[in-house]
Design a protein around this ligand. Structure first.
Ligand code: SF4
Length: 89
């Protein structure tokens, strides 16, 4: 029997200063990303520190938010300016 592949789990995600507020990430994972007129954010509901900002301190995602790992990776890959940074558990 072939070994099963371990599913990738994102444990931290943050936005860098190169964000151009194109709204794409929010469109892919609105449960994690949120954009206003000034910048993109990582939602408070998705973070262990319950803050809403670009997550400059790289606060870990909640267990529930990690369920969106595949979509978060998709959003990061689709960011036109590579402004989404992440780490894997
Ligand atoms: S996809 Fe990238 S550039 Fe667009 S809002 Fe999100 S972080 Fe910013």
């Amino acid at each position: 029997m072939a070994p099963s592949l371990k599913t990738a789990v994102v444990d931290r995600v943050w936005i860098t200063d190169s964000c151009i507020i194109c709204l794409a990430c929010e469109g892919v994972v609105p449960e994690v990303f949120n954009c206003d007129s000034d910048q993109a954010h990582i939602r408070a509901e998705a973070r262990s520190d319950h803050l809403t900002d670009m997550n400059p301190d790289h606060a870990p995602l909640t267990i529930a938010a990690r369920e969106f790992s595949e979509a978060i990776i998709e959003a990061a890959a689709g960011c036109p300016v590579e402004a989404i940074a992440l780490t894997m558990a």
